[in-house]
Write a protein that binds this ligand. Structure first.
Ligand SMILES: C[S@@+](CC[C@H](N)C(=O)[O-])C[C@H]1O[C@@H](n2cnc3c(N)ncnc32)[C@H](O)[C@@H]1O
Length: 222
């Protein structure tokens, strides 16, 4: 086999990994990301780790079938806890978890890591805010649509960066993104309908704020 059938989300994650020696995939689950990186000749060694034993076994099986198992270290553990801190990791992937969980894993790591590929399923604004206020910079911030859902994908390195409120909320380069414009218009419409039908409630105030932020972002995008 020299190609795996990947979703757009998983392919986009792989696309952000540039040629490197060692990659770590935390929360590897099915193992497809690491497997595809080997098939694309992008990596020489992989650490695939997951907190769930059954997930790790899926990864082990796939990498065994593809013949890459000798170039892998497959571990069960919370975040990077079971990875030798002496290992130099060129790129660490954490995908398919909430932004708060990703941030927690990132801050627990004591490893030498050159770059990160992060794909939060929610709380992406929280993650951006934490990253830039703790010595990281977001070098790529991709927003895309796949199978009925919108996703955020970040490439991160150590460095300095300042983001304004719109960039924290919607991404570093949201103005250039047609998927964002589509998403923002849809969300604006949803909030409008909700606000028209809802009576009272604390969340109404937050939604009005979000509505205004979305309007501002849309004006910047066109
Ligand atoms: C939704 S799956 C995402 C799998 C894959 N990364 C992807 O993007 O398709 C989330 C995976 O993260 C694992 N996970 C959750 N919390 C974790 C943690 N603290 N450390 C390691 N793995 C974790 C889960 O067991 C699960 O396999």
């Amino acid at each position: 086999m020299n190609k795996l059938k990947l979703s757009k989300r998983l392919q986009n994650i792989c696309n952000l990994v540039e040629n490197c020696h060692t990659v770590a995939d935390i929360g590897c689950d099915h193992g497809k990301v690491v497997a595809n990186l080997f098939l694309e000749n992008k990596i020489q060694y992989a650490i695939a780790s997951d907190i769930s034993q059954p997930s790790v076994e899926k990864t082990r099986q796939l990498l065994t079938e593809l013949g890459y198992i000798d170039q892998c270290s497959i571990l069960v553990g919370d975040g990077l806890a079971n990875i030798d801190p002496q290992t130099a990791i060129d790129c660490c992937i954490i995908a398919g978890m909430g932004g708060r969980e990703i941030w927690h894993i990132l801050t627990q790591s004591v490893h030498s890591i050159t770059s990160w590929v992060l794909q939060p399923m929610k709380d992406e604004s929280f993650l951006r805010k934490q990253l830039v206020s703790h010595g990281y910079k977001i070098t790529k911030d991709i927003f895309f649509y796949d199978k009925g859902k919108y996703y955020t994908l970040l490439k991160v390195e150590q460095g300095k960066q300042r983001l304004n409120a719109l960039q924290v909320a919607f991404g570093v380069t949201f103005e250039e993104n047609q998927d964002f414009l589509r998403y923002a218009n849809q969300e604006l419409q949803n909030i409008k309908e909700y606000l028209e039908s809802a009576t009272t409630g604390k969340s109404k105030k937050d939604l009005k704020k979000r509505y205004q932020l979305l309007q501002k972002a849309i004006r910047r995008s066109v």
